[in-house]
Design a protein around this ligand. Sequence first.
Ligand code: NI
Length: 224
Amino acid sequence: MLVVIPAILGKTPLEQVRSLLKDGRFVDGRLSAGTRARQVKHNEELQSTATQMERLNSIVMGALVQHPLYQAAAMPVRVATPFYARYTPGMRYGDHVDDPVMGPPGGQYRSDISTTVFLNEPESYEGGELVIQTGFGEQSFKQAAGDAIIYPSSSLHHVAEVTRGERLVAVTWTQSMVRDPARREILYQLYQAREGLLKNHPGETETTRVDHAYVNLTRLWAEL
Ligand code: NI
């Protein structure tokens, strides 16, 4: 399931993020890559002071993690500290699957869901699409600044070469309380039905039944 969560960051936070990134120090992204990814990864990642990172993370992750659609679609139990990546002309990230287990010893988590938050406007660079293989073929994403996309970390994906301008994104991973992507999708569909019913038919028996089914199916499938 691919879900675009529109406008998690508004104009002012985006400006703050971009100004923090402008002053930051970027290093070769291969330093943080696994063996396989190192062969196809060609980008740069922010390596800033702890204070700058904290400010960035509180803006970006604060907005993402509190978003109701992210909560409903990802059902997070652990969320990683993000990377801030920059792609300038000639940079790309070839086809790969994200590492299954990430994080430092003692703080490891399973990556069930990958998230990309787009930090600059799509018109300001050429190329740089996030291309994800799905059961229905390839899907390509180049979202507005402030949008987030979540997709299963198990899917093969790449970032197309940037040919003009620069692409700025934050990327992070989530361990979900529902490990199976098919189950997460069912829960998300039921969540959407329940939200609609609670809004439009709050007092009806069907609403209560769908609400109960959603809550109890979550209880059945959630692992903490
Ligand atoms: Ni990836």
